[in-house]
Design a protein around this ligand. Structure first.
Ligand code: AGP
Length: 371
């Protein structure tokens, strides 16, 4: 392996615990507190070029795709430019229209994922501009892009991505900040976000410190063959990432769903044998989200609620099937990453409890370099 794991039981464990430091590294030297913006010299885009961007299209695979969805929300919210993420593995097969005023963003830890690389080549062949959010310096995707943001997560060895994903999220927040500040995002809002980003390493640490509590919850989840991860809007990509991590290393069937779509189908599957991990941040949707939890509890579905202190779960709090995990509050745009951290820890401990080696999940490779 590329580096020593020291006293840690596995690479995934070591990499999860390294996240506060990785977060510091990706932010270091890139925050401009005075003007409430970020410095991203590697993008090779000046203020005029940044202002000319009309749309952002993000491409990645697996977890990089899900964090791309988180990034798209942040860019829309802060810069008010239409932004969306797409699975890079599908992109080129639909002969996509490439627009000159769209900024394409390729996201990859390894920088070697073939589907993402081929998407980048497709964009460039058709005259588009693409920047990379890449961890491995000098990798194929980093070389093919017009510019980018290196993640500085350090080597990631475990198949299940943890610290790279966190740095991807933070790179998106730097990009969104800059796209916002050359438009209508106020300096006060820029400063508000910077203050939030600066608190993040410590807040991530405080979630990681609750390892014992999360291990107990994970043990309960590991007992089920099938589970749901649900969230809405900013919380939905978090649910997708949580389900992905759980599937990869526990081999349990974990399905992500929009909380709002439950009643349109999957509610039929809820029973005392099918737990739901619900993302319920204290945002504008909190009451609707809590109402959906009552629907699940009425069908005796066990609940793990990842939420914020002060969110009122009503009589669910006392229900024996409910476990609540409060994560620290940050700015609403940054909250998704703090909701993601406990889901990594849950997956990790569930795998461990099942006697599985989280570093070497069956059928999977760290990077997929052939189609
Ligand atoms: C993450 O836990 C997965 N192993 C996988 O989805 C991964 O994120 C994906 O294959 C993309 O890899 P990359 O970031 O190296 O391009």
């Amino acid at each position: 392996a590329a580096y020593e794991i020291g006293e840690h039981e596995s690479f995934m464990h070591a990499e999860m615990l390294e996240q506060p430091r990785a977060a510091e590294r990706v932010l270091r030297g890139r925050l401009d507190e005075r003007f409430g913006t970020s410095h991203l010299g590697g993008l090779n885009l000046d203020a005029r070029e940044l202002r000319a961007i009309r749309r952002v299209k993000i491409l990645g695979c697996g977890s990089a795709y899900y964090v791309g969805q988180m990034g798209a929300s942040m860019i829309e919210e802060l810069a008010r430019i239409p932004a969306d993420a797409e699975a890079a593995s599908e992109f080129r097969y639909r002969d996509p229209v490439i627009e000159p005023d769209t900024l394409y963003v390729a996201v990859s830890q390894s920088g070697e994922t073939i589907d993402t690389l081929l998407a980048v080549q497709e964009i460039r062949r058709k005259g588009g501009r693409v920047v990379g959010l890449v961890n491995v310096v000098g990798s194929a995707i980093a070389r093919e892009c017009d510019g980018g943001i290196y993640l500085h997560a350090g080597p990631e060895v475990a198949v299940a991505s943890t610290k790279a994903l966190t740095t991807m999220f933070l790179a998106f927040s730097l990009l969104a900040l800059q796209l916002g500040r050359v438009r209508d995002l106020s300096i006060a809002d820029g400063k508000r976000l910077i203050a939030g980003l600066q608190q993040l390493p410590e807040q991530i640490q405080s979630v990681l410190d609750r390892d014992d509590e999360l291990a107990k919850v994970a043990e309960r989840l590991a007992a089920s063959d099938s589970l749901f991860f649900i969230g809405r809007v900013r919380g939905f990509p978090v649910a997708r990432e949580g389900a992905q991590k759980f599937k990869e290393i526990t081999y349990r069937h974990a399905e992500a769903y929009q909380t709002s779509e439950l009643k349109h189908g999957p509610l039929a599957l809820i029973s005392e044998d099918v737990p739901t991990v619900a993302l319920v941040p204290d945002d504008e949707l909190v009451e609707r989200n809590v109402a959906a939890l009552h629907e699940i509890a009425a069908r005796r579905g066990p609940l793990v609620v990842v939420t914020h202190e002060g969110v009122d779960l009503g009589d669910l709090s006392a229900a024996p099937g409910t476990h609540r995990i409060d994560v620290p509050r940050n700015e609403r745009e940054i909250d998704p990453i703090l909701l993601t951290i406990p889901l990594q820890v849950l997956a990790y401990h569930a795998a461990k409890h099942l006697g599985l080696d989280a570093d070497k999940p069956r059928n999977l490779a760290k990077s997929v370099t052939v189609e």
